[in-house]
Design a protein around this ligand. Sequence first.
Ligand code: BJW
Ligand code: ZN
Length: 285
Amino acid sequence: MPSADIEAFRKVLASSKHIIAVAGAGLSAASGIPTFRGAGGMWRKYDAMSLATPSAFKKNPSLVWQFYHYRREAALKAEPNAAHYALSRLSFPPIRQQVAPDSTFTLITQNVDNLSPRANESFFAECGEVPSTDQPHLLEMHGRLFDVKCTDKACGHTEFNTDSPICEGLRGTEQFVQRQHLDPELPADNLPKCSQCGALTRPGVVWFGEMPHHLDLISEIVDKADLCLVVGTSSTVYPAANYAYAVGMSGGTVAVFNFEDNESAQDADFAFIGPCEDLLPQVLG
Ligand code: BJW
Ligand code: ZN
């Protein structure tokens, strides 16, 4: 049975040398970003294979872009929540009183919404001290909604673009997603084009069947981790779903923060069941 003893968890936190957090959509739920699989989740309304695969994009880039335009607009309107900031706090030496001074912390997020980088940036601005860069504080393994990639391999241009809307042709189409009726006829001319070569672009997120980012670095960090926080993820998508298991198998501690008492919570050493935006600040201290 996992423990929910906050004092016992804090002792482990304080004595851990290499801490990681593996985060998913539940981390951003309180910011108003829908999850994928839970109640109100996007994969309950839309078929993931028709929107989040390279073949879906090849077949109908208009449908896929309408979906990602909606997601971009939602993420631009959202603000980081208390759970993002609780994790930011673990990254910044001057205020990391809950952890050993020589410990490391890396957030490995599956989220693409830019809310963790924004939380870190504003936290860092408040702290006024440059965080140690020996190991990255944040790895966005499923890419970023605001990376826009040229589909012409010979060009290969990628840019970070937070324009709202990303192009005039998609303006207002977010309503189609809200009404669950994407426009299959939206012409390809209406879609975002590469600023360098004019070819069609695609969202810089990692779709099913594509290789997630930073895998070698993540493997190194996971291999030496002695504490893994699993925050707001259903742990159903690989390879992310394996990381907590790997830490547990090598003798580390696993602590799950989730709304639901799911399988990964039952297998964990600690399980804090409830909204992570309340639990993370409370439990991390
Ligand atoms: C709260 C809360 C609150 C709510 N507080 N909690 C077997 C083994 C290995 C791989 C595979 C395999 N079978 C198939 C595969 C391949 C596939 C895969 O895993 N498929 C599964 C469906 C089985 N994986 C891939 O294709 C990946 N690539 C790959 O494997 O490359 C080859 C490789 C080879 C060798 C080594 C390594 C790699 C790529 C996966 C790409 C996933 N892409 C998406 C879309 C990204 C773009 C976009 O955003 O649109 O990523 S799918 C979607 O799922 C998104 C998410 O990042 C990902 C995970 O979802 P997440 O975050 O867990 O969300 P939910 O909704 O599932 O869960 C939310 C949780 O929050 C719930 O538990 C709630 O209870 C909780 N919650 N509110 C706390 N307030
Ligand atoms: Zn191009």
